[in-house]
Design a protein around this ligand. Structure first.
Ligand code: HPA
Length: 253
């Protein structure tokens, strides 16, 4: 039986974030949706006296590649649980000069370079087609609340930036990143879309905390060493450590 008490916030954890520290009284829910099974059971519990859900985007053991994630099932499950605000935590590579490894950013724009992903709930003949407004892909009010929370928590966060969503799971070529920079991308990740668009279709307020794990190809100090996975994980661990304080400040407001 699903508890329909509204959630104050749902979190979708990306690479390096498979649980939410400080989530109390956890109940694990194995959900099935019309769109299939979410990436992981959804953990619901309390943070700062508020009801919160957490879902691991790549699965609890990071076994689901970005292009294989069932984004529709993930968003539908959180929506069914009563989520009206969703915060995606997404590892990215930094393109812009200030998007250095270990920094955090709250993007305000995105460009979608993914292909072949199930990217809409409008997928059955005979059902209404939604052309949702998406000029500003992230919720302005959730972004504002998040930035204010980061300030209260004393965590430095870059306000704004354009997230380029690539197909993965491979990293990009230097030429691809050079093109993305020309396009106006400030950071690159593999999971920002279709998550943001699906949230909009469900009328969920959605924002992203981008955790910068590495310089994108060709963007680091030159001559550049190949991107090492160990380094990525060390940067990610250091940066994601700061996220719970922001979330607690957001919920305590
Ligand atoms: N490219 C794409 N996705 C990523 C990167 C990157 O360099 N780093 C972390 N996620």
């Amino acid at each position: 039986m699903i508890d329909h008490t509204p959630l104050d916030l749902a979190l979708i954890g990306g690479t390096g974030v498979y649980a939410f520290p400080g989530l109390e009284g956890i109940e694990r829910r194995e959900l099935a949706t019309r769109w299939g099974t979410p990436s992981s059971p959804v953990a619901t519990g309390m943070v700062a006296g508020k009801r919160v859900a957490f879902l691991a985007r790549h699965g609890e053991h990071h076994t689901i590649a970005p292009h294989r994630i069932n984004y529709r099932a993930n968003l539908a499950a959180l929506h069914e649980l009563g989520a009206r605000r969703v915060l995606g935590i997404n590892a990215v590579g930094g393109i812009r000069g200030d998007m250095a490894p270990r920094a955090l950013a709250v993007p305000d724009q995105l460009i979608d370079y993914t292909c072949g992903r199930a990217s809409s709930f409008c997928d059955a003949e005979g059902e209404p087609v939604l052309h949702v407004e998406f000029g500003d892909p992230y919720s302005a009010s959730l972004r504002r609340a998040l930035l204010a929370a980061a300030k209260r928590a004393g965590v430095a966060v870059i306000d704004g930036g354009c997230y380029g969503a690539t197909q993965g799971p491979r990293l990009e070529t230097r030429a691809e990143i050079a093109r993305m920079r020309r396009d106006g991308c400030d950071m690159v990740g593999m999971t920002g879309m279709p998550e943001a668009a699906l949230a909009r279709e469900l009328d969920i307020e959605y924002a992203c905390i981008a955790v910068i794990a590495n310089w994108a190809a060709g963007c680091g100090p030159q001559p550049e060493a190949p991107i090492s996975l160990e380094e990525i994980h060390a940067h990610l661990a250091a940066a994601t450590e700061q996220v719970p304080a922001i979330v607690r400040a957001l919920l305590a407001a």
